[in-house]
Design a binder for this molecule. Sequence first.
Ligand code: AMP
Length: 601
Amino acid sequence: MSGSSDEQVSWQRFAELCEALAAVSGKIAKRSQIASYLREISVADKTTASLAALYLSGAPFAEDDTRGLNVGGRLLSSAVAEIAQADDERMSTTYRKYGDMGAAAADLIVGESTEAPLDILEIEKAFSTLATTRVQAAKQTAVKSLLLRTRNGETPNLQVKALVKLILGDMRIGVKQSLVEEAIAEAAGAPIEDIRHAVALTGSLFDVAMMAWNEALSTAKMKLFHPLGFMLASPAENVDDATNRFVEAEGAVKAQVEDKYDGIRAQAHFGDGHSRGKVAIFSRTRGDITKSFPEIAEVLAHADTPAILDGEILAWDFKNDRALPFSSLQTRLGRKKVTDQLRKETPVVFMAFDVLFAEGALQIEKPLRERRRLLESIVEKEKAAARSGLRRMAPRGQMSLFGGSEKELNANPERLRISPAFAVNSAADLDKAYAESRERGNEGVMLKALDSQYQPGRRGLAWIKLKRELATLDVVVTAAEYGHGNRAKVLSDYTFAVRDGDELKNVGKAYSGLTDAEIKDLTKWFTEHTLEDRGWIRTVEPTLVLEVAFNNIMESGRHESGFALRFPRIVRIRTDKPASEIDTVDRVREIFSTQPDRVRE
Ligand code: AMP
């Protein structure tokens, strides 16, 4: 059988490659292994090679594909347990041994299948079926029969390992999509820039791989309505630190400053020539949130030239012309249907701050100073289109496309806004901008390098965020939990409490802020100071004190203290402080009562 095309495209071969990739360190070695694999199978079957490229990037579907498997860890683990007839204890020990569901399944699902071995095209077919299977029981049956087919008599079962990891969307082979793109370039002998450009245009690694094998990369066309990666910001500790990065010795302006708003990040796609009025708004997690914000879609629906804008959705106080706190926006999150009343109670706007696509081309490689000019002209144009479109479309009393009253519609153009930007020359400028932003109720400022490109999905130094400093709390850890991913073997999630007289009352849970080395030390410490071992979670002696920061405090029934911290993160381990001196529920209440917006979770 060796060398036959069946074997080349088999799932076994794919799984072996994953195993090999996990074992080598270094990007170059990984890339060349992937490239030679892809080169070989693209000769046997281009579709299979393109699917393999996609799967190596850890995605069951291409980014422009809205389908999802909707198979979570729970369903998988119960399918694995059923096949292996393993009880909770065996599942838990095996999982803990590897810290990875795929590797655990490789140990548990063994034996030999009587069916023909799986190949990559069959995996794709099975994924399509899973994506359309809604009933959980049917889903579990389908997953089970797929898992059963991975058995080829070998232990560990590498096929199931690769499959489970792919279903969970994390191959853990140290391969990112960008490395697969490089490997495709190498395998197809195409320039990497062409591959990357085609990926940004189409959002489909699969399509781009096909184009690469067919030497047709130049035919890649922009597909709107698939989310591009969001550019992220790095934190700056203080104003001096932030200015030093951007102000040159001779004082040349290198950056602009904008308010940092506390809303939700969103990418708006609109103006598709083919389907007029079509708008899609994507969240930072790439979910389609258009339905939750019909008023914004309504403004953008008037556009007739395609564009993609990056911005922040905010709850807006039209009277005082400023953003409302994030808590106001909470009532609008996750809504499928937005009533007129909700629209009135919590008005929202789209605060645009960047443009990724316009004038028929991707704009991300242009410097920010050019993108900003373009953004200003687009926003003006779209607002004008919305104004005249409204006059045309909404004669007296007529309901809008999205169900708002005429009055609502007339307010619409103002729902598209542009984030004011100013040049900064000195630390004093930045100080002033920061103070003014806080005065307006915003979180702080964003500093953006004027000559920087838009880097999708990257957290670089071209954008710097400077946020408010908040009170911190000293708390004691009461329980420690195993984490996820590469933290599955360490106790990395900590439930913590404050004092209430002689009692301890939990107030939150944090899992970020510590280094791997610190987590390793704490794991050892917590293991030695466990009061009760409940498998995933250990109740521990309440002696370890942490200082935690947070964005704000909410009233909440989730914890005994009656409060919960929003976005808690660990600032440091306070070995210098005994648990008897930690903060109290009274202190939490005090901070809560000084917050401008007091909310209940
Ligand atoms: P953080 O969530 O603290 O990492 O800060 C980055 C986030 O700030 C971005 O994802 C945006 O949602 C948000 N943000 C608020 N205002 C701006 C702005 N003017 N420019 C860019 N991002 C902003």
